[in-house]
Write a protein that binds this ligand. Structure first.
Ligand code: SF4
Length: 307
């Protein structure tokens, strides 16, 4: 089983996205109440080589035949915590033309070394979930050394120096940030950052905390207008072409759901499997106690059982 590379995952924004996980499970600078991976078990701002880059690259090369639309550095925590992320991006560039995206919570962009490290990516998607210190602390539960102002300074500085695509993700929560006043506060900051695109998201997959609720579709549509013409709601991915028969090993399913809870449709579309076949593989993994299920609304998600 691959330890660091998973998918391709059906991404709502990036098509078929081959994921790279650069930190051990739930190693993060934040402990977001909506996190689909559960609570953070290692909250840190320590940047180091959490996983060996040589091994990551070796696995990546073995997966390139899956022809993903993007190679996406994301995974089960905050990827900029890996001190070698810049070297990894350079090394990927040397072996393939597939564009490289980085999904980051943006919490370390106030560090010049982090901004430099991401300089060679094609696309960086930082997060902005709150427009005030109070809501930032409530929603993202950051490491004590990360203040709201540091985080915002990082987003602004990176916008000035990064020449690739800069998309901002805003995650809204019903009754918390998904209200008119907090949305206006976020909108003011978005205007200052001026990203190329804004993706507005809400709870779709099972969240870390039971009090993290989704925002209704109607409200989401209204809030998107407040964020301006470059903003859009990112819906669930569907009808992604299942072009490549890539996952003949049930362990690939496990590698996928370990980073992100998925419906059966997600698994089938992402890994290029017939849904019936995907169902039987999921069943094997569940019977072996390696998978568990959880409802979010009416949709059933498969999650990995972490030891
Ligand atoms: S949602 Fe992202 S930033 Fe927030 S705790 Fe989970 S992995 Fe960390």
């Amino acid at each position: 089983m691959s330890r660091y590379v998973y998918g391709p995952v059906p991404s709502r924004r990036l098509g078929r996205s081959l994921g790279i996980d650069l930190v051990p499970f739930k190693t993060c600078t934040y402990d977001c109440i909506y996190c689909q991976l559960g609570r953070t078990t290692r909250k840190t701002i320590q940047r180091r080589e959490w996983v060996p880059l040589q091994d990551v690259l070796k696995e990546l090369k073995a997966h390139l035949a899956t022809q993903p639309d993007y190679i996406t550095i994301a995974g089960s925590g905050e990827p900029t915590l890996h001190a070698g992320i810049g070297n990894l991006i350079k090394a990927i560039r040397a072996v393939t033309d597939i564009p490289v995206a980085v999904l980051t919570n943006g919490s370390l962009l106030w560090l010049a070394e982090v901004r430099d490290a991401l300089g060679d990516a094609d696309l960086v998607i930082p997060s902005l979930d709150a427009g005030s210190e109070r809501l930032f602390r409530h929603v993202n539960r950051p490491h004590r050394e990360i203040t709201f102002h540091k985080m915002i300074d990082g987003l602004l500085e990176f916008r000035k120096c990064f020449s690739g695509q800069y998309w901002l993700e805003v995650f809204l929560l019903g009754g918390i940030t998904g209200l008119s006043v907090p949305v206006k506060e976020i909108a003011r900051l978005i205007k200052r950052v001026s990203p190329h695109r804004i993706h507005v998201n809400t709870v779709v997959r099972p969240p870390a905390e039971s009090f993290a609720f989704p925002v209704s579709d109607d409200l989401m549509e209204g809030f998107v207008k407040v964020f301006g013409p470059r903003a859009e709601v990112i819906g669930r991915c569907k009808d992604l072409p299942a072009e490549a028969q890539t996952a003949h090993d049930p362990q690939e399913i496990l590698a996928l759901v370990a980073r992100r809870p998925c419906t059966l449709e997600d698994i089938a579309a992402g890994l290029g499997l017939d849904p019936v076949e995907a169902g039987s593989r999921v069943d094997q993994l569940a019977a072996a106690g390696l998978l568990t299920t959880e409802y979010q609304g009416e949709r059933l998600y498969f999650k990995a059982v972490h030891p």
